[in-house]
Ligand binder design. Structure first.
Ligand code: MN
Length: 739
């Protein structure tokens, strides 16, 4: 199915401009179109269409779906001119004024490729292999840097971000013109960054489109599957909805309630998410129909809910009061689900017109009614200040990749609400720990945090907090954070905010001490992984540090991740034999009939997806050896699997892309204790690491455990050994060269 651009000409655009634009506004937009068309003259999109059609499409999305002010439309028409044509910012400023110029400048700055700090100035001859690797790394850094700029713009002018989102939406709509490998990359970035960004800004209208378009390229089979099933039932479903709306309307009229009722269209990605969340196959989700009621005010929302619950039986655990407890992106509504008269579930949302505007358009609702609804303006300010607060750490993070990760973690992920002993609410990204909590309450409490009680019980500091947890931090009188907190393998902190505060603390410590700490960390990691100590000055130069000491200090305070250094060192020529290990014999990897890859099957086995439970990539799966010696792949919760009594017919398997693994011998030394091996195996299981060889020697109370692990690379090995080293009684965990 090809996407047809609805608006490509100036006339199209003029027809959909908001009615409240003045004559002057319209004149400016017409001029902006003319300037853009002339500037882009001769340039074509990949589709072959004139480039200016893209500018019109982006402006149309903003005009029709978000109804932003006219200056934004003019800027949208001109958004690619400074970057891609001879037109300068000065030209735009003198022609359209300061405001339009500033907006265009904002978009241009986001898109301009930055200088790469780590430039190779050709002094050292490099092998082609290294070059292509560096080239790839450089590309990734550029992408991260561009994203960083985009996200930072949120602090300057949110309207620039809206232009960027509309630009991305149109590029996603026309993505089929791109080569396949680019499609996947762009779709993944949209799913990971731009859809969450739209969500954080509360713009559901853009969010769902970005998600569905990305999903279509990321998992085309599932996308088509859901889409075709939806299509098959469409007319029947629509007829049902019309009937339901009539019945609900009638009931409300009897009770003198004015309601605007509509059917709720289903978006493919949200159906998929629901299937994942509820672990239900499509046919259980398919039956769910949704309607939305818009009623005049908040009391009527609750009255309406009561009437509905009295008439139809509510389904337990499906009621959510997002009016009393708005979602973390400020979404408000009542949600419920009932068993309708026909015995099937019906989902219902109830909200006021103002809540509806906010839910659909988020920050953009601010401009839709210029005459000013107090509520929208207040909410606009709240949204912006929420984002600013969540990004407070932005200046402390220099590395672009790390910045983007920080945004995903602190700003885009779901948030939970936790409570202090005084009853104050602290909102944190899902998965945050007591240390994150402590730093959110106060930096000083973070530094002095030594323990925590959650709901009255003492818990380890790496315990992920849950919604509604009451958290009490136990502090020491003085002292500072532990360097362990910065070790990503130990999961002691989740938020970039806490990380940046901890680093700040270490930065203020004695430089000598930081250098020493950094050296100890590096030395220990090299020893563990069996790597030689390289020329530290050279490594420092590769990472743009003036001296080895400067680099070691950066490691010591956590500014530079040890994993990055190790990956670099192990990729250097002289150490190459330590990376290029032979592939594990009999790679445990099979491709099924349908071309899906599965890890963990015996070699040459014949595998098929089970027809009873239809497992999809992402589902936990298990292999069942059939009577004919083939293997059926089932979901782990499939009834037919649970019935199996002969455990040896079951195979532990996972979905896989073809991944090379390397057998690496390691030695763990420990004071023996019951359960020691069990704890080690748990760490390996968590990372899905295969163990091909085990040999345990006991000498007095010491255990010497020799294992051969199948790992994917040096960074995974480092992570595993780091985790094993923290198990109680383990003295050391190192890689051994030969055995
Ligand atoms: Mn563009």
């Amino acid at each position: 199915m090809r996407y047809k651009e609805p608006y490509t000409t100036l006339d199209d655009l003029l027809k959909i401009l908001p009615e409240n634009y003045t004559h002057k506004d319209r004149q400016m937009i017409i001029r902006a179109y003319q300037v853009a068309a002339k500037a882009h003259e001769g340039q074509k999109r990949r589709s072959g269409e004139p480039y200016v059609t893209h500018c019109v499409a982006v402006a149309s999305i903003l005009a029709e779906e978000l109804r932003v002010p006219a200056v934004v439309i003019a800027a949208a028409l001109l958004h690619d001119t400074v970057e891609d044509t001879p037109l300068t910012l000065e030209d735009i400023r003198s022609d359209f004024g300061e405001e339009v110029a500033r907006l265009v400048d904002g978009v241009t700055k986001m898109e301009q490729l930055p200088r790469v700090s780590q430039d190779d100035n050709g002094e050292r001859p490099v092998s082609t292999r290294e070059l292509s690797k560096r080239e790839r790394q450089r590309k990734e850094d550029l992408i991260a840097e561009t994203l960083r700029k985009t996200l930072l713009t949120m602090n300057d002018d949110i309207r620039v971000v809206l232009i960027k989102l509309a630009d991305r939406l149109h590029n996603m709509r026309t993505l089929y013109h791109m080569p396949p490998h680019k499609q996947k990359r762009i779709a993944r970035q949209t799913m990971e960054i731009f859809a969450p960004l739209a969500n954080r800004l509360g713009i559901w209208q853009l969010k769902w489109q970005l998600e569905d378009l990305s999903f279509r390229y990321l998992d085309p089979d599932t996308y088509k599957d859901i889409a075709s099933q939806l299509d098959a039932n469409r007319s029947q479903r629509e007829a049902q909805i019309i009937k339901i709306i009539g019945e609900v309307q009638e009931m409300l009229q009897e009770n003198h309630i004015q309601a605007d009722i509509s059917g709720r269209p289903k978006h493919i990605y949200s159906i998929y998410r629901k299937m994942q969340r509820k672990e239900k196959p499509f046919d259980m989700v398919r039956d769910v129909r949704g309607i939305r009621l818009i009623v005049p005010d908040i009391p009527t929302c609750y009255t309406t809910l009561g009437l509905i619950h009295m008439r139809w039986r509510p389904i337990p655990n499906e009621f959510d009061d997002y009016i009393a407890n708005p979602k973390d992106n400020f979404y408000r509504s009542l949600h419920t689900a009932v068993i309708y008269s026909d015995g099937k579930p019906l989902e219902i949302q109830i909200r006021t017109p103002e809540m509806h505007e906010d839910a659909e358009y988020g920050v953009a609702a601010h401009w839709r009614y210029k005459e000013g609804r107090q509520g929208h303006d207040r909410l606009f300010e709240e949204r912006i200040s929420w984002i600013r607060r969540a990004m407070e750490w932005q200046d402390d993070v220099q590395d672009a990749n790390e910045f983007v990760d920080g945004m995903k973690q602190d700003v885009f992920s779901n948030h939970i609400y936790t409570i202090t002993p005084n009853g104050d609410i602290i909102d944190l990204p899902a998965g945050a720990t007591p240390i994150d909590f402590a730093y959110h309450v106060h930096t000083d409490i973070g530094h002095r945090c030594r323990g925590a009680r959650v709901n009255g019980k003492l818990v380890p500091l790496n315990t992920p907090l849950k919604n509604g947890d009451m958290v009490e931090i136990l502090t020491s009188k003085q002292g500072g954070p532990s360097r362990d907190w910065l070790n990503p393998d130990l999961n002691l902190i989740k938020t970039t905010r806490a990380r940046s505060k901890i680093r700040q603390w270490f930065r203020q410590q004695d430089r000598k001490k930081n250098i020493q700490e950094g050296y100890d960390i590096l030395k220990n990691e090299l020893r563990r992984l069996g790597l030689e100590e390289p020329d530290l000055g050279e490594v420092a130069a590769a990472f743009n540090y003036p001296t080895a000491d400067a680099m070691l200090a950066a490691i010591g305070v956590g500014d530079l991740r040890i994993g990055k250094i190790i990956t670099y060192i192990s990729s250097q020529e002289e150490n190459i034999q330590t990376l290029e290990l032979p592939a594990a014999d009999g790679e445990s990897f099979t491709e099924t009939q349908s071309g899906i890859q599965i890890i963990g099957l015996p070699q040459n086995s014949f595998a098929e997806l089970a027809q009873c439970c239809h497992p999809m990539p992402g589902d936990p799966i298990i292999g069942l050896v059939t009577r004919t010696r083939g293997v059926r792949i089932h979901r782990q919760d499939c009834k037919n699997v649970l019935k199996v009594t002969e455990r040896d017919r079951l195979l532990q398997i996972t979905w896989g892309e073809r991944r090379r693994t390397y057998p690496v011998p390691v030695l763990i030394t420990a004071y023996d204790r019951p359960g020691l091996m069990h704890d080690i195996v748990r760490v390996l299981d968590n990372e899905h690491i295969n163990m091909t060889n085990v040999d345990i020697k006991l000498k007095k109370s010491h255990a010497y455990i020799y294992l051969t692990l199948e790992v994917q690379g040096i960074d995974q090995l480092g992570r595993i050994l780091g985790q094993i080293a923290t198990i109680t009684n383990v003295r050391d965990a190192v890689r051994i060269k030969n055995r």
